[in-house]
Each structure stands twice: as C-alpha cells, then as structure tokens.
Design a protein around this ligand. Sequence first.
Ligand code: NDP
Length: 320
Amino acid sequence: MPSLLNNDHAFEGANRHQVVIIGSGPAGYTAALYAARANLRPLVYTGLEPGGQLTTTTDVENYPGYVDGVMGPDMMDDFKRQAERFGAIVEFGMVTGLDLSKHPFRLVVDDATLLLADTVVVATGASAKYLGLENEKRLLGRGVSACATCDGAFFRGMDLAVVGGGDTAMEESLFLTRFATKVWVIHRRNSLRASKIMQQRAFDHPKIEFIWDTVVTDVMGDEEVSGVRLLHRPSGAERTLHVQGLFIAIGHKPNTELFKPWLPMDDLGYLLTRPNSTHTDIPGVFVCGDAQDHVYRQAITAAGTGCMAAIDAERFLANG
Ligand code: NDP
C-alpha cells in the first residue's frame, strides 16, 4: 500500500487516535482494557479472527478466575466487553499497511480506511501451523488440537498422536503422557529437530513411541477423531492408527509480516522488545503477546504483556 501511505493529502483528514491496538486476543484486549481505564479511548482492530487463537479452543480451564472453566470464545467475549465498558472501541478490520517512520504513525485498514496513531500496540499474536488437511480442519476442537496445555486434560485415558519433530512436539508429547495411555509421535523424517535433551526425555518415556518417516494423510472420525491415516514415505505403505486425539506440533508462525520493514525480529519472525518492557526500537510502538513470545504462549502471559504495553503507552503519551 505504498501509494496510499505516502499520500500526505489523503492523511490530512484522517482520524487521529492516542492508542491503536492491532489484534484482539488476550494481549490486545487487555491492552485495550488498561488503555481505556487510563482514558485514552483505544481503538482495537480485531484482525480476521476476532478473539484470536482462543476462539479455536473449547474449554479453557487454566485462566485464573474462571473457577469452573470457560469456553474460549466466551472468555474472549468477556475480555472484549470488559474493555468496551471503559470506552475501548473495537472494530472488525485488518491493518493492511502502516508507516512507522512518521509520527503520528500512519495506518491503513482493509486497504481503505486511513488513520493516525500517537502510539501503536502490536498484539497480532501467532498462528499454529496446521497440516492443511480437510478433515483436520473439520475436527479442530473435536480431537484435533494444536495446544496440549490447553486441551490435554480432555484426553485422559486415551491414545493420542502428535505430529512434529521439534521441541514443541517433544514438549507436547511429554505433557500429554500425564493424561494419555499412549502417545505416538509421528515425524516425517527419521531424525528429530528437537534439542538433544528433549529428544532423550521423549525416548526415555515409556508411554511415548515414535513413528518415523511418516506423514498423516487424513484424519478419521465423524463427530470426533477416531484415527489417523498414515503414509510411510520410504515404502509407500499406508495404514490406520487408532487414536482419539491428534495434536499438531509443527510450529507456530507469528503474525508479524506487516512489521518486517519497521521492527527488528528474530529468525523466526518474533518481534524483539527491550528487556522487561514492551518497548520496541521505535518510540511509541509497543509489542505484546505471542507476537513477541515463543516461550510461554499462554493466554495469561499474553494478557500480562498486554497490560504492560498499555502502561508503557500511557507513560509514553504522558511524557509527551
Ligand atoms: P520447529 O520448527 O523447531 O519444528 C517443527 C517440526 O515440525 C519439525 O520437526 C518439522 O519437520 C515438522 N514439520 C513442519 N512442517 C511439517 C509438516 N507440514 N508436516 C509434518 N511435519 C512438519 O518448531 P517448534 O514449534 O518445535 O519450535 C519452535 C522454536 O521454539 C524452536 O526454536 C524450539 O527450539 C523452540 N522451543 C523450545 C522449547 C524449549 O526449549 N522447552 C519448547 C518449544 C519450542 P522437519 O524436522 O522435517 O523440518
């Protein structure tokens, strides 16, 4: 969108906001809540998946305060309504362009709406990678999951499969052994990418067994997962593995593409912030949640950094 972004005339009539928050997961809505309570009337752009990753899970049982657990979409609706109660404005829309070299910052929403922002809070989160199978999508939340921490406890006493050969796959498999009777790790090659220590822990675990050189070609089940179809790549042999859950652990991708020209990121695309803060290299631009965290990736940690980002933005604005 370089032409619109460079059009000074077009931005002359644009609305100017003190705080624009990009993203509507726990980080974005918590930033909105705190900024709203600081009287900054934050504007939140939800992105294409309002509520973020939690809207693809069912029960959330590890968010403090929800004693009996809560459905992921309901929880995100609570977050939204709480922020709105104090004056946050939540708009469905995707920030499709931005220029962080000028202050106020310039943003383009849905390739059409122009706005100016004194501060920008990036809370665009990350997306779990999936295999791209039709039935995987259909059975998401009904046996297919990309988060063992979120969903593992629902699979007590069951046989499960985990796809992937990295640290996440090892960590998820080890975590799932707390509930499952058996965890099959299905990996497309015959050696793991995971760190040696994680590999060893998985190899040593009596409930974990590896299936090498194998890919999942289909997920079976009408209402819930009942098995996976496997293809052994070297031989071409196909078979069915009966499992009640399939955990996809082939990595996450931070949703940070838009910020590449402006903000430093690590090799995986996670945005870098200054230690113990949400500050980036650009004064007035703050990053929170999974867009900058590939270690914890929990709703509560995202909410925590969302709170930090709002406080950092408030202080930035107060110091003029
Ligand atoms: P990685 O990218 O490290 O690993 C992804 C794994 O999934 C690889 O084994 C890859 O196979 C496999 N894979 C990718 N795409 C497909 C596909 N389409 N079909 C089948 N398999 C696929 O991601 P992780 O999430 O595991 O880790 C990300 C980063 O986070 C790493 O730096 C990791 O070290 C770190 N991390 C650290 C932890 C810790 O220290 N406790 C815990 C979790 C993550 P292949 O190997 O063939 O490419």
